[in-house]
Design a protein around this ligand. Sequence first.
Ligand SMILES: Cc1ncc(COP(=O)(O)O)c(C=O)c1O
Length: 306
Amino acid sequence: MISSTLDLIGKTPLIALTRVHDGPGRIVAKAEFLQPGGSVKDRAARAILLAARADGRLTPGMPVVEMTSGNMGAGLAVVCAALGHPFIATMSAGNSPARAKMMEGLGARVVLVPQVDGSEGQVTGADVAAAAAEAARIARDERGFYVDQFNAVEGIGAHEATGAEILAQHGGPVDGWVAAVGTGCTFMGVARALKAASPATLCAAVEPQGSEPLAGKPVSKPRHILQGTGYGLVPPHWDPALMDLGLSVSDAEVADWQRRLATMEGLYVGYSAAANVCAAAKLLASGRLAAEATVATVLCDTGLKY
Ligand SMILES: Cc1ncc(COP(=O)(O)O)c(C=O)c1O
């Protein structure tokens, strides 16, 4: 028995995706969509708020404020409910309304921020900046704790634990690791843990085609379907030493892999999860790894959130 929803976060199963990819090599993926907020972001939400409570930046009953594409908001709404904090989320109007509904269901106040240059379902870096500015303003006005997920390093630490889980579940080092990048916490934390176990682990950051600043390319197509990732910017705490290569995926490839995961594995996941699996298959096909290599990734959220 567990005594709090907070204990439902993490320790997700590692699934071998042998139906969508039957070789050469193997793709294994963490089922992050099984967490109480329904995504990978629950881990960062819990880590950031517990650290802030521990050092007194977040006092009992204080409002928590954050800009979110929806998943961090759902994670924060879960953690805030369990810890007894009111939660206010700002979200670009371009993100899917299912996410606002979930946050509101968990007791959050959701403020939708008009888009700057994106469109419905396609959120750009400028849209995110506008939602972040609104969150910072509300936090100031309402004397709340501003989570500021892009600058909160606790999120990276939380994902070193995800990496440790992968190592334990796989029974030792993996050959490759791929993940799409929003704040970069997932990619960096896991890469740090996997490279500490085996420096030879090849770590690839996944970016939408045309929006690949991590690969050093100018952004030519800021709009894409990978909500929560690919903002066309290098995250503030980005550690380039953890990235061995970049892999890009097109919207059409992602939609195809999303359908394949649903119909062949019974896994109805979101776009970034499909992008990750598509990129894992590309890495295995690239010739950079041995034929029997294992590439790990994360299934970030469920397709029900779109
Ligand atoms: C659906 C989805 N996938 C991936 C990510 C990226 O995770 P991270 O911020 O750890 O890079 C996010 C972040 O919000 C997300 O919402």
